[in-house]
Design a protein around this ligand. Structure first.
Ligand SMILES: [Mg+2]
Length: 325
C-alpha cells in the first residue's frame, strides 16, 4: 500500500488569507485510493509520531468507503483569527455567510481580545461567541479574563483550552465563578494516547479533529469513550480534509453545536470548494481540480520531503485494525 500512496501523492502549497497559526502557506499532501481522496497535512514541524494519526485518517479517507450519513448538512461557525481593527474583523466575518456562531482566537493581548469580541458582536448582532485560547492562560489569568469577558460580552458558548494542561483545566473548573463551559482541544489531540486521559471534571466539551485523532472510526470511538458533547473542528485542511471532517460530523449520533469546518474561508486558494449557505455546509463528494493540483504544486524537493515523511511514519507501523489492504 505504501507504494500506491506514494505514487498517488500530490502536494500543494495553498496561500492563507490571514497568517493563521503564523503560517502564510498551508502545505497539504493529497493521496488517492480506491475509495477517493485523502488528505495528509500535519503541520510541518510535527514529527513522525505526532503525524501518524494524520496518515491513518488520510488512508481511511482514500481506502475505505465513506460511512452512511445521519445528516447531510452541517452547521458551521465562523473562525476569527487574532486579527485586529474593525475593517479586518468585518472582512473576515463576511467570509462566513449566515453563520451565527463565531470562534474567536484570544490569548495574546487581553485588550485586543476584548476589542475583537466587542467588534464581532457589533458586526453581527446576536452572534454567539466561543473563544479559543490555545492553552495560553494560567488558571489565575483564565479566572480573571473570563470574568471580565463575561461582564463585557455576556454569554459565551464555551471557551476552548483556556489553560494548557488537564490539571489546570480541572482546577479552573473548580474555581471559575462565571458560567462558561470549558472545551478541551489540545489535551485530546496532543495526548500520546487520547484514550488514556481522564477528562472528568476538567472539560465539558471535547473538540474532535478528524486528522490528528486518526480518522472517523477512531474519532467516533474516542467520542464514545469520553462520553462528552463534541464539536467537530478542522486543522486548517484543504477541502479534501474538510470533507472527511464533515463526514465525521455527519455520522455522530449527537451533534449539538455548529462545527469549525468552515476554515476553508481562511485559505486564499483551495483544491475544491464548499460553499457556506445560511451558515451550513452540505456534505457532497468533492475531488481536487486538476488545475489546482498543477497550479499550487510544490517544487520537486518539497515533494521528496513529503515522500520521506510518509515513509518514516509508515515505518512506525500503522494501526492495522479495519484497514483495507
Ligand atoms: Mg483549538
Amino acid at each position: 500500500m505504501l507504494d500506491s500512496i506514494l505514487e498517488s501523492l500530490h502536494v500543494v502549497a495553498l496561500p492563507t488569507k490571514t497568517n493563521f497559526r503564523s503560517i502564510e502557506v498551508r502545505e497539504v499532501a493529497l493521496i488517492r485510493g480506491p475509495a477517493g481522496w485523502g488528505e495528509f497535512s500535519p503541520f510541518l514541524e510535527y514529527g513522525p509520531e505526532e503525524s501518524l494519526p494524520w496518515l491513518q485518517s488520510a488512508i481511511e479517507s482514500a481506502y475505505l468507503s465513506p460511512p452512511a450519513l445521519l445528516r447531510s448538512k452541517i452547521d458551521v461557525n465562523a473562525t476569527l483569527p487574532a486579527v485586529n481593527g474593525r475593517e479586518k474583523i468585518e472582512e473576515v466575518l463576511s467570509w462566513y455567510p449566515g453563520c451565527q456562531v463565531a470562534k474567536i482566537k484570544v490569548g495574546d493581548n487581553f485588550e485586543d481580545d476584548l476589542n475583537r469580541i466587542r467588534i464581532a458582536q457589533e458586526v453581527i448582532p446576536g452572534l454567539q461567541i466561543r473563544l479559543d485560547v490555545n492553552g495560553l492562560w494560567s488558571v489565575q489569568q483564565a479566572c480573571q479574563y473570563l470574568g471580565e469577558i463575561f461582564i463585557h460580552a455576556g454569554h459565551i458558548q464555551y471557551v476552548e483550552q483556556p489553560c494548557a494542561t488537564i490539571q489546570e483545566l480541572r482546577e479552573l473548573k473548580r474555581v471559575l465563578d462565571v458560567p462558561i463551559l470549558i472545551a478541551g482541544d489540545e489535551v485530546l489531540r496532543k495526548a500520546k494516547d487520547p484514550f488514556a486521559i481522564d477528562l472528568d471534571g476538567a472539560v465539558d466539551i471535547v473538540m474532535l479533529k478528524v486528522a490528528p485523532l486518526g480518522g472517523i472510526a477512531r474519532s467516533l470511538r474516542l467520542a464514545n469513550h469520553h462520553g462528552l458533547p463534541v464539536v467537530v473542528s478542522s486543522a486548517l485542511e484543504s477541502t479534501i480534509g474538510i470533507l472527511h471532517g464533515l463526514r465525521l460530523a455527519g455520522v455522530l449520533p449527537k451533534l449539538n453545536y455548529a462545527c469549525g469546518l468552515a476554515t476553508g474561508s481562511l485559505l486564499g486558494a483551495d483544491v475544491a470548494h464548499f460553499p457556506i449557505i445560511d451558515g451550513a455546509i452540505e456534505i457532497v463528494d468533492v475531488v481536487p481540480s486538476i488545475q489546482s493540483l498543477t497550479e499550487f504544486a510544490v517544487p520537486q524537493d518539497r515533494l521528496l520531503w513529503w515522500q520521506e515523511r510518509i515513509k518514516k511514519i509508515w515505518d512506525l507501523g500503522l494501526e492495522k485494525e479495519g484497514w483495507a489492504r
